[in-house]
Design a protein around this ligand. Structure first.
Ligand SMILES: [Zn+2]
Length: 278
């Protein structure tokens, strides 16, 4: 199978976001105050899988409205994200990098997509959904949708980006996979499974793609880079630190499996956009 790594913009965030061990979760609420010069630039990655059932997109990155001219535009960002979130992310989406622009460059229309899988509802993962809403299916774990009622997610996950989109909510079921043994087997053949990796959010899914004996795991924001599981450092932007640790342990176990062709994180600056086959 062929997997494309698409960089759908970037965000400039506090260094505590990717590696936050030792900081209290309350600190996450102040991360939007970090001065620009102390911030780190992280990619916002989406993934496109060439699957026998058709192309499958995992997450959707930023929407074009956030950077109409392809440069950082504070006023435009504030039209899409409320003030504190706009300051937290400082997002930018250069020309040609919106998800639908990249799909068009690959000759794929939104309606050609067999599925769009949403790992969770944070804006850097769902803002671009409006560009690909014509996909044949858009899947979100029911748990992620359900817990969006919590005050913390109401602040993190602006409903305007997803509430009116044609999302199909699917329940996790018992599975040998994941820290909590919960997964969604998309086609019933184990080729694409959304595995619950909570901590960053309650309902967050990693996406496990299997081809014969080899697999790739898309970790979403359960880790921001391999450093998180190699050095046992939890990311600093999350909801439940214990669950984050549990999810990280599972990622490490998967990464050490000889069948693993890669564990890829949504904001890993070391990941080079392009295609990989496994
Ligand atoms: Zn993210």
């Amino acid at each position: 199978m062929k997997l494309h790594i698409l960089r759908c913009g970037s965000m400039r965030v506090s260094p505590d976001v990717p590696c936050g061990s030792g900081s209290e979760l309350g600190g996450a609420l102040r991360q939007h105050l970090t001065p620009t010069q102390k911030r780190v630039e992280l990619p916002v990655l989406c993934f496109l899988l060439e699957h026998p059932r058709g192309p499958i997109l995992v997450d959707t990155g930023w929407c074009r409205d956030i950077s109409p001219a392809g440069v950082y535009d504070q006023a435009a960002v504030r039209q899409v994200l409320p003030g504190r979130l706009a300051a937290f992310y400082r997002p930018v989406l250069p020309a040609g990098m919106a998800v639908h622009e990249q799909l068009a460059a690959l000759g794929i229309r939104a309606q050609d997509l067999a599925a769009v899988l949403l790992t969770h509802l944070d804006p850097d993962h769902v803002a671009g959904l409006k560009h690909v809403r014509a996909a044949r299916d858009v899947v979100l774990p029911e748990d992620e949708y359900f817990w969006s009622c919590r005050a913390v997610y109401k602040a993190r996950q602006p409903q305007s980006l997803w509430i009116d989109q044609p999302i199909r909510r699917v329940f996790y079921r018992g599975s040998p996979l994941g820290p909590n043994h919960w997964a969604i087997d998309l086609f019933g053949d184990e080729s694409v499974q959304m595995v619950n990796v909570p901590g960053h959010t309650d309902g967050q899914a990693a996406v496990l793609i299997q081809n014969g004996k080899r697999f790739v795991l898309l970790a979403a924001d359960a880790a921001f880079s391999p450093r998180n599981w190699r050095e046992d450092i939890t990311p600093g932007f999350g909801f439940d630190r214990e669950q984050q640790r549990k999810s990280l342990r599972w990622l490490r176990q998967m990464a050490e499996d000889p069948a693993c062709a890669g564990v890829l994180c949504s904001h890993d600056p070391e990941l080079t956009p392009g295609a990989m086959e496994f």
